[in-house]
Write a protein that binds this ligand. Structure first.
Ligand code: DNO
Length: 349
């Protein structure tokens, strides 16, 4: 495996120098963040990220994300143009050394949480989703500003999109996924890039929006639309793992042995009795996921893709982007490195 760390570019308070000081760090996961979905990424921006990483002994070979525009997901008249731009962005990334591109198919919003700084008894803070804070919200009636949601939409735009997705429904979304994959995966294959699909976080419908990247049957369906080694999962343990119906070590074993995990996001979550969840420290004993079994499944199936410590808590007085501070993610990387070392030695690798 290749250990990696997400970096938000020059505006990230965590420097590449600090990232390079984390033991075992190999790759930087980044993106051109100042271009809207559906627009072409300037080559100079990619060249700059690559050069900055190399100056710190790191490799820029993972992109997270090239966002899929709502026009592609909804299949509007701009769809073909946006897919063309998407393919061009894959080619450009490949030209600058990128081997893996992460993306998601979540309608309107990426991850959903109700609080980003929930304080635990030890004084650390983390992201949580509590159902009692969610259940009475109706975005078609109320003005909703959940933390972390794209603030560039007006409430009316959000309502319009929610209605459009309501009409599209799950099968409509699947049709648009199919059109996207059939155009994009051949381009990725040509360029030697692995596309890694991030699951829906959390993996169930929210506010009536169709969300399909949620469970085994649907992951199978996604991968079979284009049966190619370039059509892979970004297996996010915390996203799939906040639903009790997903057996995370079992799914990791299955998809890794099929060679269909390009990227692992490794973090732990604690699922509460009512299905609410809290992001926790990476250790198995801190949450609901068995991180040892997950790593063992990867090692035993010969996983050689990218791994990154996903969201960390805020600890030691750090103040920064929720989930993306330095300290707890660095602890996560050290722990994950330890798990891999043990599993590899036990497996005689
Ligand atoms: C959250 C991340 C996601 C992920 C995208 C991939 O912290 O894991 O935002 O980057 O869903 O497209």
């Amino acid at each position: 495996m290749k250990m990696s760390f997400r970096w938000y570019g020059k505006s990230d308070p965590i420097s590449l120098e600090y990232i390079s000081q984390i033991p075992g760090m190999h790759s930087v996961v980044s993106a051109v963040y100042d271009v809207k979905p559906g627009e072409v990424w300037p080559e100079e921006s990619l060249a700059k990220i690559k050069a900055d990483c190399e100056a710190h002994g790191l490799v820029f070979d993972v992109v997270e994300s090239i966002p899929v525009s709502e026009d592609i997901k909804l299949g509007t008249e701009k769809r073909d143009e946006h897919i063309g731009v998407y393919c061009e962005n894959i080619r450009r990334c490949a030209k600058y050394g990128v081997k893996c591109v992460t993306y998601n198919f979540m309608p309107v919003f990426d991850w959903t949480r109700t609080q980003l700084d929930k304080k635990a008894a030890d004084g650390s803070t983390s992201l949580v989703m509590y159902w009692d804070q969610m259940k009475d919200l109706d975005p078609l009636k109320d003005d909703i500003n959940l933390p972390g949601w794209d603030a560039s939409y007006t409430q009316d735009e959000v309502r319009g999109l929610i209605r459009a997705y309501g009409e599209l429904g799950e099968e409509g979304l699947w049709e648009n996924i199919e059109i996207f994959l059939k155009k994009v995966i051949p381009v990725a294959e040509e360029c030697g890039v692995v596309m890694a699909l991030h699951p829906d976080d959390p993996p169930y419908p929210i506010f009536g929006l169709p969300r399909v990247i949620t469970r085994e049957a649907n992951l199978d369906r996604y991968l079979s639309i284009v049966d190619s080694p370039s059509n892979t999962l970004c297996f996010c343990t915390g996203s799939l793992g906040c639903a009790k119906f997903n057996d995370i070590p079992g799914l990791v074993r299955k998809y890794s042995s099929m060679g269909r995990i390009g990227f692992m996001h490794m973090r732990n979550v604690k699922i509460m009795d009512d299905g609410s969840f809290e992001e926790r420290a990476h250790l198995s004993s801190c949450g609901s996921l068995d991180m040892y079994e997950i790593t063992k499944a990867l090692v035993e199936t010969g996983f050689d893709g990218y791994v990154r410590p996903d969201h960390g808590r805020m600890i030691w007085g750090e103040d920064g982007k929720p989930g993306y501070g330095l300290y707890d993610r660095a602890l996560g990387a050290a722990y994950i490195n330890g798990l891999f070392e043990v599993c590899e030695k036990v497996a005689g690798k």
